[in-house]
Design a protein around this ligand. Sequence first.
Ligand code: NAP
Length: 227
Amino acid sequence: MGKIVVITGASRGIGYALTSAFLAQGHQVVALSRNTKPLEKFAGKSCHALSLDLTKEVAFPELFAFLKKEFGRVDILIHNAGLLINKPFESLNSAEIEQIYRVNVFGPMALTRVLLPLMDHTAHVVSISSMGGVNGTAKFPGLSAYSSSKGALTIWSEVMAEEYKDRGPKFNTLAIGAVQTEMLAEAFPGYEAPLTPEEMAAYILEFALKGHRIFNGKTLPASQSTP
Ligand SMILES: NC(=O)c1ccc[n+]([C@@H]2O[C@H](COP(=O)([O-])OP(=O)(O)OC[C@H]3O[C@@H](n4cnc5c(N)ncnc54)[C@H](OP(=O)(O)O)[C@@H]3O)[C@@H](O)[C@H]2O)c1
């Protein structure tokens, strides 16, 4: 039976490729991002594209109401949306740091809180972190806010797994390496990543569908190289 899959950051990059991959397997995808134009391509294919700004929590109850009415449950929630600003620490202002944390940490936390009533112990919450958000890995100048926010997301997910292990969904994190998306091109101009969004999406899809039978509270590296 098809799963009910909620994906954030669906308008481009890995999230777009993930949406396409889940739809191709016959799942119902609720695809979230501010820009829904690119998702029009999937209209009529079990794709429910909704415009959502992760920094605007007031809109989350409306999403909950939609999901409850349409499906009554969520099987997979993928926190894929991300914001990266590559700037030396001294040039980063507080508003930029806050925006990064809003998209990468506070948004996923708030969205999870709102959707938890729709997720039982068979559900899987997958957070997409970064290799730079893991202790002891290679770090890159300019990514102090971004990488630290991914570290926060990672630890949050590990704590959630513990807190909900008896009654709620499983929580795991994929700390991914370089994938050739617009985010990477903007952050590291000229760098060529070894993976396409489609290749990474295929891996995330398999993990989202099956990984929670084996793992809970884990942070798994999914990387050939960094950045
Ligand atoms: N590409 C890499 O090499 C790489 C490496 C490590 C980790 N990652 C992580 O992998 C994930 C996907 O990365 P990507 O490279 O595919 O990124 P991307 O191409 O920049 O796409 C980011 C997505 O996040 C959404 N987003 C940004 N701000 C948002 C907001 N305020 N509200 C809702 N959605 C928002 C964007 O949609 P809208 O603008 O339409 O809202 C977009 O769909 C991110 O979490 C990223 O940090 C990527």
